[in-house]
Design a protein around this ligand. Structure first.
Ligand SMILES: [Mn+2]
Length: 323
């Protein structure tokens, strides 16, 4: 019996579930959480939804966001916990301990770096988004998919594929999305909300990031740096950071874009985006993780030392490509 069939059995048998997705919620983690939650609710299950940290404003229109709790409540270890879109338990932040105590953990994820921490694991790195895996599970349950479930899954899949542009987009991604569109979704309106509209604070950060641009190794590596000061002055949130590093990667001739972002006292966040290189390995070597073309890490120390080290490692990785 595959883990997928065991998961279906458990979802049918149990009455109550906790569902949780990772910190710094993104479209896939929220969409998968809400779709799975609503699906289980529709077949009479009791569910509680959690995310560590607030849900970015732009996802508030999705059905059920107001029911997601960000606090660790009294947790019953006998209740099966479903973890979505999280490569490891550290990404669950303040919920890590509670999840560790859970006797049954169902791990549903598509990160290559997933640590298979579940009692049951549905980990498939060929899926473009966790939303694709949730869709396949819901289809094996007696769940009737509603427009709001379809909308949450559409948001999950369209955001993790960068609007069906990233290399993780497969024929199956399009098949799943074609089925979701049958529920009357409006892809134009959704993509306006997901991709086009951004708060002014984003543009203030972008302006600063672009003016910090440095090029390395015959303009094949583009580096941007943001200070803590600009974040505070612009009123930007971590949501606004999403996507800024893409501007570095997208420069013609650049193989890798790197964003250094000073988070706190001696804490620096680094985002990597690439066209052909596997940056998940690079981030992994620096105690981070992520996807082949989009990864990141957090490092402690002063900015200049960290930059020197990270850029050095990046240039080593670049040697894998023909010059
Ligand atoms: Mn994902």
């Amino acid at each position: 019996m595959t883990d997928q069939s065991k998961i279906i059995e458990r979802l049918k048998e149990e009455k109550t579930f906790y569902l949780i997705s990772h910190m710094l919620p993104d479209g896939d983690s929220i969409g998968s959480l809400l779709a799975m939650g609503e699906g289980l609710l529709k077949i009479g299950k009791n569910i509680s939804l959690f995310t560590p940290g607030h849900i970015p404003r732009k996802y508030n229109f999705l059905t059920g966001t107001e029911t997601v709790s960000h606090e660790v409540l009294i947790v019953d270890p006998d209740i099966t916990t479903i973890v979505l879109d999280s490569s490891d338990l550290d990404r669950l932040g303040i919920f890590k301990e509670a999840v560790l105590n859970s006797k049954q953990i169902i791990n549903i994820d598509h990160h290559v770096t997933n640590q298979r921490f579940g009692t049951l694991n549905l980990v498939d790195s060929s899926a473009a988004a966790t939303g694709e895996l949730v869709y396949s599970l819901l289809n094996e349950l007696p769940v009737i998919i509603t427009e709001s479930i379809a909308e949450s899954l559409y948001v999950a899949i369209s955001t993790d594929t960068g609007s069906f542009k990233y290399t993780n987009t497969t024929p199956n991604t399009h098949r799943v999305v074609a089925n979701l569109l049958e529920f009357g979704l409006n892809p134009g309106t959704l993509s306006q909300k997901m991709f086009d509209e951004k708060p002014l604070s984003f543009y203030i950060l972008l302006k600063e990031a672009l003016s910090s641009l440095e090029m390395y190794e015959r303009r094949r590596v583009a580096v941007m740096t943001l200070s803590k000061d600009i974040r505070e002055r612009s009123g930007a949130t971590t949501d606004d950071l999403e996507g800024i590093v893409n501007y570095a990667r997208n420069i013609e001739g650049v193989e890798m874009g790197i964003l250094f972002y000073v988070e706190g006292n001696r804490e620096v966040k680094v985002g990597f985006r690439s066209k052909r290189l596997d940056v998940s390995v690079l981030a992994g070597n620096l105690n981070g993780g992520g996807h082949t073309r989009a990864a990141g890490c957090r490092l402690d120390g002063d900015l200049e030392t960290i930059k020197e080290k990270v850029i050095g490692e990046s240039l080593k990785l670049l040697k894998e490509l023909p010059a």
